[in-house]
Design a protein around this ligand. Structure first.
Ligand code: BGC
Length: 720
């Protein structure tokens, strides 16, 4: 539809219709197909008339091609302008073919896999009748107490930005109107991941420099990749709720980044402005959010109830209301809904595509890349005839989708036992969090020298409003490991969780340790492939694993302080920035993960010891596998700026390359470092580069000390 036609439509709309176009309801507000339009349940509570229902611009929808098409048919028959309804939903890590949780996908250190997963999610969602997904979630996460770490690609801005952009490409392709594509919505703008103490929805307070340098790049990358929508966050930014924050929604997003798409609030976030005490009434909340730059209010009705009156009283110019409505209609237009209001809703294609063999195969391969091997004393991979006993809460559980798998079903999942029973492994006993449960498990392992203990947190312990102050394995699970180890068993612990856990005891008692996260529908098969060496472990941690909760927040790219310890642990040193009772170092650093082979790195080589201003240089390393098994290795490049006008992180990820090394193979891996890679946010909150000394690290994880140095020369004519 042309711009003129869209504007013509807007000219015919009443103020009330316009305000409703900016309102998102839930699809269960609408009567089921064939049912009479008798207002019930939520519909009644919301105090909406039938006419109003059919003017709301978008819904938070369920999936199913038939239901979606029926809803659209019903809606368009009653909408006074014949405007189609937008159907949005949370397709976070797959629709029915559920992929690993995003944090696990981050551990694959391969954004092409995230793009592939998003592409498949888009296919299943589009043919199920959805138009937009509320993904990617680009919130940088440093605090594993926060339950939503599972939705993000972890603690690093570089990795997060690459993933966010890749997912946008995966969902939208070149044209979101094309069959099999959907629009997407990056969230939660901004810095939702920095909730104090990891408690969901809690206050966020940080300097603008930190916000810009660490938290914003991933949202920006999604916007630059053409993401159609942005969702605001629940938290405050600079002491103003993000949803009512003009500095964020207009200054930064629209003016600085040039975002021309549609901005939606998070669920009831407009109402919550009153709880934040920056508005006293619903009318004030509506005005503040609208003026700040919000287009759509999700699931509260302050826009609907107040915008028309605010325009009539001259408090909001009608042109501003029209501009917001135009952005919503342009979104519908970008998705092709004016020409094809049902878009791809097609019950037959839906059935063919959902969980088809190709999608399942991709889910299994991607899951295998996302698990992280944390310890291996040589017990892995298992020999074909190893015949381990299998115990623990996740031994036979199909509850392995992880949070935010809104459309996923546990019956679609392959459990560890499902995958292992063909290999002669006995049925595990039911697990119980009690001494009885431990005894039963021990009895089951009596005659086995090798035990696979499938432990972890329930999948429902991570996700929204799932913060925890204690993030270890349960006491019973740790006791099981302790007693198995005391009996001389080789224990291979496989940990299921949506967040990093405190694994000090698990590491101590286990001969092999896998972080399995929640790997989606093919969890069990992917893990079996890895345990038996039929797939190579290539995952690397996208979040630091602390030794204990007291170290949190613990992340690799921290500043140095004026009193850094001389040793890595800092313990026993006087008057340094350290703990008396715990080392400064994590249990496992960011980027950490093992393969089945071995790896050795040469010292980094630089193409030059100096970089000319505006130039670049090349850093190379020789990675070798001196062992007798293949090694999948993720070579990681970090840089440290040794002196700058503001403090700089001790290391920053600037590149990574996944390679396969055959036994005995050596391979040169090179990274180009352009001058822009040395930029940072200076004291005036501008992105800048400053000449001086830089250290390059290339190694297997962020703990590496394998380094070389170079100097960035000042621009010609400038004396420093
Ligand atoms: C969550 C969002 C989600 C929305 C719609 C909110 O509670 O914070 O991430 O997209 O609900 O389901």
């Amino acid at each position: 539809m042309t711009k003129e036609k869209i504007r013509g439509l807007i000219a015919r709309m009443s103020l009330a219709e316009k305000a409703l176009q900016l309102t998102q309801l839930r699809s269960d507000f609408y009567p089921a197909p064939g049912a009479e339009a008798v207002p019930t349940g939520p519909f009644l509570e919301a105090d909406l008339g039938e006419e109003e229902l059919y003017c709301a611009g978008s819904v938070l929808a369920g999936a199913g091609a038939e239901a979606a098409a029926a809803l659209q048919r019903q809606y368009m028959a009653k909408n006074p302008q014949g405007i189609p309804l937008l159907l949005m939903s949370d397709v976070i890590h797959g629709l029915r073919t559920v992929f690993p949780i995003p944090l696990a996908l981050g551990c694959a250190f391969d954004e092409a896999l995230a793009e592939e997963a998003a592409r498949i999610a888009a296919l299943e969602a589009a043919f199920s009748g959805l138009h937009v997904t509320f993904s990617p979630m680009a919130d940088l996460a440093r605090d594993p107490r926060w339950g939503r770490v599972m939705e993000s690609a972890g603690e690093d801005p570089f990795l997060n930005a690459r993933y966010a952009a890749a997912m946008v490409r995966g969902y939208q392709g070149d044209d979101p109107a094309e069959a099999g594509r959907i629009g997407c919505c990056v969230k939660h703008f901004a810095a939702y991941g920095a909730a104090e103490a990891g408690r969901d929805y809690n206050t966020v307070d940080m300097s603008e420099g930190v916000l810009r340098e660490f938290y914003l790049p991933a949202y920006k990358a999604a916007v630059d990749a053409g993401c159609l929508m942005v969702m605001t966050s629940f938290n405050t930014v600079f002491r103003v709720p993000a949803t009512a924050n003009p500095q964020l929604l207009t200054g930064l997003l629209r003016e600085e980044w040039g975002f021309a798409g549609t901005v939606i609030s998070d669920h009831t976030a407009v109402s919550e402005v009153m709880n934040h005490s920056t508005a006293e009434t619903g009318e004030e909340a509506a005005r503040l959010c609208f003026e700040a730059g919000l287009d759509i209010e999700m699931m509260s009705l302050h826009f609907h109830k107040n915008l028309a009156a605010l325009v009539e009283r001259g408090e909001i110019p009608e042109e501003k209301l029209d501009a917001a409505v135009e952005r919503v209609l342009e979104l519908k237009n970008a998705l092709g809904l004016f020409e094809k209001p049902f878009k791809d809703a097609d019950p037959q294609r839906e059935k063919q595509l959902i969980l088809c063999a190709g999608h399942r195969a991709a889910a299994r391969r991607i899951a295998g890349e996302s698990a992280v091997l944390l310890k291996n004393d040589g017990c892995l991979p298992l020999a074909t005839d190893a015949g381990p006993a299998l115990v623990g809460p996740f031994a036979a559980s199909r509850d392995v989708l992880g949070g935010w798998s809104v459309f996923g079903r546990t019956e679609d999942c392959v459990s560890l036992y499902d995958a292992l029973k063909g290999r002669g492994i006995a049925e595990p006993p039911a697990w119980e969090e009690s001494r009885v449960g431990i005894d039963r498990a021990l009895e089951h392992c009596r005659d086995s020298g090798i035990v696979i203990a499938a432990l972890g947190e329930p999948s429902d312990d991570t996700g929204e409003a799932k913060s925890k102050a204690r993030i270890g394995l349960s006491a019973y699970q740790e006791e099981l490991l302790c007693r198995l180890a005391a009996q001389g068993k080789k224990v291979i612990t496989v940990v299921f969780s949506g967040r990093p856990l405190i694994l000090d005891k698990a590491a101590e008692y286990s001969a092999g340790l896998f972080m399995a996260w929640f790997l989606g529908v093919e969890s069990g098969s992917a893990l079996a492939d890895l345990l038996y060496g039929e797939a190579q472990p290539g995952g690397r941690l996208a979040m630091t694993f602390p030794r204990c909760e007291g170290q949190i927040p613990l992340y690799y790219n921290h500043y140095n302080t004026g009193r850094p310890p001389k040793t890595a642990s800092g313990m026993g040193e006087a008057f340094v920035s350290a703990y008396l009772d715990t080392p400064n170092t994590p249990l496992y650093p960011f980027g950490f993960g093992l393969g089945y082979g071995e790896r050795r790195y040469s010292a980094p080589r630089l193409s030059s010891a100096r970089m000319a201003w505006g130039g670049s240089l090349r850093a190379s390393v020789t990675a070798a596998n001196p062992g007798s098994r293949p090694q999948r290795e993720t070579v990681q490049l970090y840089i440290r700026d040794l002196s700058a006008s503001v403090v700089r992180p001790v290391k920053e990820l600037k590149g990574y390359r996944k390679i396969d090394l055959a036994p005995g193979e050596e391979r040169e891996v090179s990274f180009d470092i352009p001058m822009e890679a040395l930029s940072f946010v200076n004291g005036r909150n501008q992105t800048a580069v400053e000449p001086g000394r830089f250290r390059v690290y290339i190694g297997p994880d962020s703990g590496t000390d394998n380094q070389a140095e170079f100097v960035l020369d000042a621009p010609e004519g400038e004396i420093r």
